[in-house]
Write a protein that binds this ligand. Structure first.
Ligand code: GDP
Ligand code: MG
Length: 151
């Protein structure tokens, strides 16, 4: 059993794809245990995408992810991290297989509809960046306020 962080990006929210995306993960057997609509601060966005700080597209990435509300989610399920990455499809939608979220809904790498953690370490870091201790407790990701998330 794993937890992961998934997020419908501003393009997905604008295009009213939240329901479609949630349905895909529910149909697959995963459980949505926490979610909220929010607008990310620049500081939070820079922390989230810290590994891409030196990339030429970093500024565009932060501008885009803060350009409107996102739908941030906590999901639970077996082998969730690996399976969710497969369901999302490749980062560049032009290379993403039809049937995947990016392969069905996107054409441009800068606006590819969904984010999902790529490892247990990323999931832990990203969940802590987007959700408060109370929210993580309510979702069952933490069992007590002094716990660390263990994915
Ligand atoms: P992900 O884990 O599949 O989302 O991909 P990465 O962690 O490698 O990159 C994070 C995000 O940066 C991607 O989802 C893209 O939206 C964006 N990105 C990656 N490469 C490019 C690029 O060449 N140009 C632009 N504009 N955005 C990019
Ligand atoms: Mg990534």
């Amino acid at each position: 059993m794993q937890h992961t962080f998934l997020m419908v990006k501003p393009d997905g929210v604008r295009r009213q794809l939240i329901g479609n995306i949630v349905r895909r993960f529910e149909n697959r057997g995963f459980v949505l245990v926490g979610a909220k609509m929010m607008t990310i601060s620049r500081e939070q966005a820079e922390r989230h995408y810290g590994q891409h700080k030196e990339k030429p597209f970093f500024g565009e990435l932060v501008d885009f992810i803060t350009s409107g509300p996102v739908f941030a989610m906590i999901w639970r399920g077996d082998n969730l991290i690996e399976v969710s990455r497969i369901m999302m499809g490749k980062t560049n939608p032009l290379e993403a297989a039809p049937g995947t979220i990016r392969g069905d809904f996107a054409t441009y790498v800068g606006e590819n509809v969904i984010h999902g953690s790529d490892s247990p370490e990323s999931a832990e870091r990203e969940l802590e960046n987007f959700f408060s201790t109370d929210e993580l407790l309510a979702a069952g990701v933490l069992s007590s306020a002094t716990d660390r998330i263990v994915i």
